[in-house]
Design a protein around this ligand. Structure first.
Ligand SMILES: [Zn+2]
Length: 414
């Protein structure tokens, strides 16, 4: 997500009975469908929007998180899907997600191509049900480094095959996780307002006993950033909400304030980067032109520990990058916030892992979320970046280790 990533393109009716929430959800779905249908290629689209058929091959983009703009046949057994970004300019985060099937069993070469000279970045993941995902074996893949087109060898049949840039951990998936957490008596879920398309933005407060300090967490401002934005975030938070003695002690002293899905519209529409207004939310933390950033800002400031004087202590914004894992930290210029806890955290992780972490100090003038944490909440904060294709088990373990050590550090500075 940092500016230097741009240089890394090389690689690769119940009508009467509806309550307010239902009306809002229906409006949101309708808005989503309308938005999703723009830019669909007429030649290969049936009257059913988001559905494509060429010869005996079918494809659809009829689910939350989908992105597919065109399906065409190039040769006998060669088919091509074309993917376009939601808006330009946009960085090279070419998200795709669709389902593919055929009338009969057959072997095809599927090309994934991008408009506007974008090149493939993510290794494709496959799923039979949209829930269990695996990375497609590299022996079945080839990438043309000149055109940026990715080719996948596929066996198709009448059963739908899901293909996506990353595991499609979409809006319903994350909201289901939030609902599960909110079943605990000390966890409170709140709808803090609506996204551009009217989807409720969900926030969680974890407060056991009478905590006097707080940890702030934001995730998934950038839709494709599943590994860090959702897998790391979930594991980090589950460690903090766990049953260990450390976590229990931590929660006695620290509240947790979290918005784990900052961009529900972008995630649902399979955006590469932006919210439904075509704005990069993680560049909006100075001007606050978007409802999502405004709502998260106002909600966090309104928390019982929404400033340094009231006990706000640390903030983390979760992302994913081609070159992760790394942390964006305070630059070396003195600030009213000193990096004491951050430095202890990093040193302790390095000592446990016996390796040096990739730490990238950044100017605090950027309109990033973590800069807002630092400049406005007056807390130490980082942007936590995972790597696109790091093994998921490694990502989960890293998030849990980082969480344990951060809890120790925050408690020891208490
Ligand atoms: Zn990002």
């Amino acid at each position: 997500m940092n500016p230097s990533d741009n240089s890394k393109r090389l690689l690769s009716a119940h009508c009467l009975a509806l309550n307010q929430g239902e009306v809002r959800n229906i409006f949101w779905l309708a808005a989503l469908l309308l938005t999703a249908c723009t830019g669909v290629d007429d030649a290969s689209t049936s009257p059913k929007e988001g559905y494509f058929k060429v010869g005996s091959i079918h494809a659809d983009a009829d689910f939350d998180g989908a992105r597919l703009n065109k399906l065409e046949q190039i040769d006998d057994a060669i088919y091509r899907v074309t993917i376009s970004p939601e808006a330009l300019p946009v960085n090279n985060s070419p998200w795709y997600a669709f389902r593919l099937w055929s009338d009969d069993n057959l072997n095809i070469e599927l090309e994934i191509a991008y408009t506007d000279s974008f090149k493939n970045r993510y290794l494709p993941k496959r799923s039979k049900d949209g829930e269990v995902w695996q990375t497609i074996d590299s022996s079945l893949l080839s990438t043309d480094t000149t055109t940026g087109i990715l080719t996948i060898n596929l066996e198709l049949g009448p059963e739908k095959l899901w293909i996506a840039a990353q595991e499609n951990l979409n809006t319903p998936y994350i909201e289901n996780w939030i609902d599960q957490l909110a079943e605990r008596p000390t966890v409170e879920k709140a709808e803090i307002g609506n996204s551009v398309l009217g989807h409720p933005l969900l926030a969680l407060t974890v407060a056991e006993g009478r905590p006097e300090q707080a940890l702030f967490i934001v995730g998934r401002q950038h839709p494709p950033e599943v590994p860090g934005g959702t897998i790391s975030l979930m594991n980090f938070v589950e460690e903090v909400l766990g049953e260990s003695e450390l976590a229990t002690q931590f929660r006695e002293r620290f509240a947790v304030y979290m918005v784990s899905l900052a961009n529900p519209d972008g995630v649902s529409m399979g955006h590469w980067r932006h919210n439904a207004n075509g704005v990069d939310l993680n560049r909006d933390w100075i001007d606050f032109t978007q409802p999502e950033t405004q709502l998260i800002r106002d909600w966090m400031l309104s928390r019982p520990h929404g400033s340094y004087n009231q006990g706000a202590r640390f903030g983390i914004d979760f992302h994913t990058s081609y070159s992760g894992p790394y942390l964006l930290t305070l630059d070396t210029i003195p600030h009213r916030v000193s990096p004491q806890r951050t430095n202890q955290w990093i040193a302790s992780i390095e000592s446990q892992l016996q390796e040096e972490l990739d730490i990238r100090p950044r100017s605090q003038d950027f309109p990033y979320c973590y800069n807002w944490f630092i400049n406005q909440l007056g807390v130490e904060a980082v942007t936590y970046e995972e790597g696109d294709e790091k093994p998921r088990s490694e990502i989960r373990e890293r998030a849990r280790l980082y969480a344990r050590i951060l809890m120790e550090v925050l408690l020891s500075n208490d």
